[in-house]
Design a protein around this ligand. Structure first.
Ligand code: B12
Length: 212
């Protein structure tokens, strides 16, 4: 791994946002592709912080700082993920489920979907089931995505799907789910149309759903 990428990963772990942004800029200047910067340094950086937290070497504020450095680096790399002028592929509505404030994974997914030409509306974090339903009715997206990052917030996914069914919207929108505690088995169990393992997988599956 190049010096810039190593420095970037370490800066995210340590929550040094200025260093993270500068190292991301350097990596781009050296010709490293945006997606490679995300996958080889930015995401491993936040995972490294998460690991230190798990080992009780980090406290929550340390992880918050790592998240800020993650965002600073993503802000630099994001334009390099987007294919300027790509033909519009479809409309995606996405949000993090109620009770859940995690949004870094969703941010990567959104950047990659936009890069693939999707028009994405982000509902943010801690989104009530009713908002998912109301916005689906209003915006009529091709795909509705729900991110869920804690085992305690997974039940919301079932509520969203039941709500879509009750509102007569289930047949009109494809539903994708993703986030740490989710899996293909979970997606099958709740009746989602697809599960996104990571951002690349999400884009590939979203494109497939658009073919149907
Ligand atoms: C960073 C982090 C935080 C940050 C979040 C900052 C932010 N703005 O998002 C902060 C410090 C704020 C935080 C807070 C908390 N956290 Co936290 N956090 C993490 C950590 C370390 C990393 C998550 C992350 O960003 N990963 C990096 C991204 C890129 O990966 P990702 O989320 O998996 O996303 C990828 C895929 O899942 C997929 N994807 C993501 N979203 C979507 C959406 C769709 C639709 C699709 C298709 C695909 C998809 O593509 C992404 C890109 O490849 C994880 C540990 C871990 N290993 O995951 C814990 C973790 C998720 N947190 C946890 C906990 C417990 C909490 C707190 C409750 C802690 C507390 N005591 O307050 C609070 C939650 C508050 C709340 N109500 O939400 C637990 C959850 C455990 C559980 N119950 O399941 C974890 C697993 C840590 C642990 N091992 O205990 N956290």
């Amino acid at each position: 791994m190049s010096e810039a990428l190593q420095r970037l990963k370490q800066a995210v772990i340590e929550g040094a946002d200025d260093v993270a942004a500068e190292a991301a800029r350097q990596a781009l200047q050296e010709g490293v592709k945006g997606l490679d910067i995300v996958n080889s340094a930015i995401v491993p950086g936040i995972q490294g912080a998460g690991q230190l937290w798990k080992e009780n070497q980090y406290f929550l504020p340390d992880v918050v700082m790592a998240a800020e450095a993650f965002n600073a680096a993503m802000a630099v790399v994001r334009p390099a993920l987007g294919a300027e002028g790509a033909p519009k592929t479809g409309k995606v509505l996405i949000g993090t489920v109620a009770g859940d404030m995690h949004n870094l994974g969703k941010a990567v997914v959104i950047a990659m979907l936009q890069g693939a030409g999707f028009e994405v509306t982000d509902l943010g974090v801690d989104v009530p089931v009713k908002t998912f339903l109301d916005k689906t009715a209003e915006l009529q997206p091709d795909i509705l995505g729900a991110g869920c990052y804690m085992s305690t917030t997974m039940l919301s996914i079932k509520d969203i799907l039941a709500g879509l069914q009750a509102a007569g919207l289930r047949g009109k929108v494809k539903f994708m789910v993703g986030g740490v505690p989710t899996s293909q088995e979970f997606a099958d169990e709740v009746g989602a149309d697809a599960w996104g393992k990571d951002a690349l997988d999400t884009v590939a599956k979203a494109l497939k759903l658009m073919e149907r």
